[in-house]
Ligand binder design. Structure first.
Ligand code: GLN
Length: 187
């Protein structure tokens, strides 16, 4: 299995390490040709406006959207979740719009820019997953085809819709591989 990790900006190296630890062939995607032949794609955290701009500059934006529409499994974390969303509150910034969700950016507020919390994620088993949140978004509404996999204080922080998975937090910053493994099962 070949998994591409968008290496435009942000926390991509940690995703590659996590995916390799899961036993798959993970590599950086920096140009459009590198999207050819991958079985899944990870959109890492970072700055969603910057990542979108780089995707456009490198001629990858429409290609990633088309691959997603054609059924390529895509896992977006943090800024990657923002990119996957159809709606971004109070923002006209470019987005792939592949998931029927509305997100609010930097949604946990200035006081708590970064924090960690144990998340109860029933599809991953009984053991909670440590969520690392960094200027994280959350989902404020989700369409009928979207399955909510985790909430934190009633805020939706993990969703899936078919082959797409989106997390408001950074699973690549802990040693827990369960969410990456869960994503890989979509391939
Ligand atoms: N706040 C960032 C954004 O909306 C996301 C932060 C992150 O990915 N850690 O782009």
């Amino acid at each position: 299995m070949r998994v591409g990790v968008l290496a435009a900006q942000g926390a991509f190296r940690e995703h590659i390490i996590a995916l390799r630890a899961c036993g798959v062939d993970a590599s950086e995607v920096r140009k459009a040709e590198q999207l050819d032949g991958i079985d899944a794609l990870v959109l890492p955290g970072g700055e969603s406006t910057a990542i979108a701009r780089l995707l456009q500059d490198f001629g990858m934006f429409d290609k990633v959207r088309a691959l997603g529409e054609a059924g390529l499994p895509i896992f977006g974390t943090c800024a990657g979740m923002v990119l996957l969303a159809k709606e971004i509150e109070r923002s006209g910034q470019p987005r792939l719009g592949l998931m029927d969700i509305t997100v609010r950016r930097n949604a946990f507020g200035r006081q708590v820019e970064s924090f960690e919390a144990d998340l109860d994620i029933p599809v991953l088993g009984k053991e909670p997953l440590r969520g690392v949140f960094i200027r994280a978004p959350y989902v404020t509404s989700a369409g009928p085809g979207v399955r909510v996999l985790a909430t934190l204080d009633d805020k939706i922080v993990l969703v899936e819709q078919g082959k797409f998975l989106a997390a408001a937090f950074h699973p690549e910053l802990t040693d827990d591989l369960r969410l990456h493994q869960y994503f890989l099962a979509k391939i």
